[in-house]
Ligand binder design. Structure first.
Ligand SMILES: NC(=O)c1ccc[n+]([C@@H]2O[C@H](COP(=O)([O-])OP(=O)(O)OC[C@H]3O[C@@H](n4cnc5c(N)ncnc54)[C@H](OP(=O)(O)O)[C@@H]3O)[C@@H](O)[C@H]2O)c1
Length: 359
């Protein structure tokens, strides 16, 4: 059984012992100190376990009383860092999205380059893919969690572009990288939110490939309302020209190297006018971006599963292809925790200024 019971945040509040706060207040349940990257919150050295409280919190309580299905039940907020400093995109989404998410979602923006956030689901023991081929990825890892798909859709809804490596694309032969691709029942809600934020109807799909092994017939690359850009190398572009590209897709070769460098990818995404890029993997592409200090935040769902590994079943971890010495590993700061049943939804800021080098 998934998640919180129908009946909403007021029932959750009772269950966890939260009490009614003073009007407009924020009840601090616990606090801790720790490093917090620049650009966050009015009190950057502290973070809080809070009831999402405020005027928005009360609106959520009210709306939650009207939500009567499990799929609409709010994610339980276990920890929320102070609101991000402006400028940020997002905030309280409209109507039942806010209820389901258990409050606002905002992503800070950079002045001179796109913000890059990553979203993955992992088992407790760190497996993100059972196999590299089709049917080895997200749903098998998450156990088909509806809440996980909802959180993915929330992030896609805030993004200008969704970036995937060609391995992830090949592993999902029918997928489309839009909010409706993971949460079709919420399509009109996400459309309303995107319109209110002044965003294009759908995020652009950006596929990264070195070899140009991008199936031209992939249905997720030929939706009329979803722009597609394939970022590749010179070799990859030749291969794409040979085997054909999806109708309407654009091919970009940002540099001469054998791989697409993170900086070149970021620059290219910037030329598309994107302020937020959502990287949905896979682990090899994430490694490239982490290694070059490009990822600002990681949204990680921890699914309540243990899948293990062996010599015969290697299975991919969150980051593949780079191994940092322990002292040089990227720094992270926990920003929020949500819960749906035994699934945890973690949000980490990747600490600014950390520029690890590969081992
Ligand atoms: N659990 C999750 O949240 C999650 C998320 C995403 C993916 N997955 C799973 O992960 C598995 C795929 O893993 P993966 O690591 O192979 O995925 P990946 O990183 O998407 O794919 C690797 C491929 O992407 C291209 N690529 C990556 N970095 C590149 C760079 N810097 N420059 C040029 N091309 C680059 C290359 O494509 P070419 O081979 O075409 O050159 C490379 O072979 C699948 O089973 C998928 O379902 C799980």
């Amino acid at each position: 059984m998934r998640g919180a019971p129908a009946g909403g945040a007021h029932r959750l509040a009772g269950r966890t012992g939260w009490r009614t706060p003073p009007v407009g207040g924020r009840r601090r349940l616990a606090d801790a100190t720790g490093p917090c990257p620049a650009g966050y919150g009015p009190d950057p050295g502290r973070w809080f376990l809070v009831r999402p409280w405020t005027r928005a919190g009360r609106a959520i309580d009210r709306a939650a009383k009207e939500a009567d299905t499990d799929d609409d039940a709010p994610l339980e907020v276990l920890l929320e860092a102070p609101p991000v400093r402006e400028p940020a995109r997002g905030g309280l989404p409209p109507g039942r999205l806010a209820v389901r998410h258990g409050g606002p979602l905002a992503i800070p923006l950079h002045a001179g380059r796109p913000t890059v956030v990553a979203n993955f689901v992992s088992t407790i023991d760190g497996v993100v893919a059972i196999a590299t081929g089709p049917r080895g990825g997200g749903s098998d890892i998450s156990g088909g969690s509806v809440a996980d798909r909802f959180v993915m859709a929330m992030l896609r809804a805030l993004a200008d572009v969704v970036v995937v490596g060609a391995g992830t694309l090949r592993a999902a032969p029918r997928h489309e990288w839009t909010p409706r691709g993971v949460a079709p029942a919420w399509d009109s809600d996400f459309a309303t939110w995107r319109a209110a934020l002044g965003l294009a109807p759908q995020p652009t799909t950006v596929v990264v490939s070195a070899r140009g092994d991008v199936p031209p017939e992939h249905p997720g690359l030929s939706r009329p309302d979803v722009p597609v850009v394939i970022v590749t190398t010179r070799t990859g572009a030749l291969e794409l020209a040979r085997r054909g590209i999806p109708p309407g897709a654009r091919v970009e070769v940002p540099s001469d190297g054998p791989l697409v460098a993170a900086a070149d990818l970021l620059r290219l995404v910037g030329t598309l006018g994107a302020a937020i890029a959502l990287c949905e993997g896979g682990p090899h592409l994430l490694a490239t971006l982490l290694r070059d200090g490009t990822i600002d935040e990681l949204f990680l769902t921890v699914a309540p599963r243990l899948l293990g590994r062996s010599a015969d079943a290697r299975r991919l971890g969150l980051v593949e292809g780079v191994a940092w010495p322990a002292r040089e590993a990227p720094g992270t700061v926990l920003r929020s925790i949500r819960r749906d049943g035994s699934h945890l939804f973690l949000r980490y800021a990747i600490a600014a200024g950390v520029r690890p080098s590969p081992a």
